[in-house]
Design a protein around this ligand. Structure first.
Ligand SMILES: C[S@@+](CC[C@H](N)C(=O)[O-])C[C@H]1O[C@@H](n2cnc3c(N)ncnc32)[C@H](O)[C@@H]1O
Length: 204
């Protein structure tokens, strides 16, 4: 199992690019997220601050297992109404259930053991209010010569069909699914941006 806290303490965080995910920045330009927003596995919080800066009234909560990540996230100047908390998405506090209009996913789904993906989707559905939205950039293909499927290390890839089937199985209707126009260097064409709604029938 990955020791995320150790990675942050050692400064071994190759996933942290120092700025928000480009597909999120593009989405926010057209559609700032409003209301209560949860960002699980937020790391240093670049995406959290981008969401908060795009909509001054939005209440954004960054959640991460690693206390060092959360300490560092809190050390940045505030961008809006963002907050950060240390915690486990798989053991959500009662006040975080049925509490969010949006969940923003980015490199949390691919970070967790694939055996826990159902737990991830259950937790996200539990955090969202009925009719709430899951918006995510899913890293479908993180593999190269040094990192192969089955080597037991994150990031863990997935097929698009498996991901969309899993979303539907957890009661999400997929509203939008496409390859994003922009990505971090090296991730071009390997990701999918998906907008899904809790509690809607599939195929809408
Ligand atoms: C690959 S990192 C991505 C961080 C951030 N999204 C980014 O792109 O910089 C995965 C993050 O998920 C966090 N994480 C893993 N399992 C978690 C869980 N069960 N609950 C909350 N956070 C978790 C890790 O601590 C880590 O910060």
């Amino acid at each position: 199992m990955t020791d995320w806290e150790h990675h942050y303490q050692q400064g071994e965080t190759p996933w942290d690019k120092g700025f928000p995910a480009p597909p999120l920045a593009d989405f926010l330009r057209a559609t700032p997220l409003q209301g209560d927003i949860l960002v699980p596995g937020c790391g240093l919080g670049h995406d959290v601050r981008a969401i908060a800066a795009a909509a001054p009234e939005a209440r954004v909560l960054g959640l991460d297992l690693a206390p060092t990540a959360i300490d560092r996230a809190r050390s940045f100047p505030p961008a809006g109404r963002e907050r950060f908390t240390t915690g486990d998405l798989f053991a959500l506090d009662p006040e975080l259930r049925d509490a969010f209009d949006w969940v923003w996913e980015h490199t949390c789904y691919c970070a967790i053991d694939p055996a826990r993906r159902n737990d991830y989707l259950k937790a996200v559905a539990t955090a969202l209010r009925p009719g709430g939205h899951l918006l995510g950039v899913f890293y479908l293909d993180p593999y190269d010569d040094d990192h192969r499927p089955g080597d037991g290390r994150p990031p863990f890839g997935t097929s698009l069909a498996d991901l969309e089937d899993a979303l539907r199985a957890h009661g999400f209707g997929i509203l939008h699914s496409r390859v994003p126009d922009r990505a971090y260097p090296g991730r071009e064409g390997r990701e999918r941006i998906i907008l899904a709604k809790r509690g809607e029938p599939s195929g809408t």
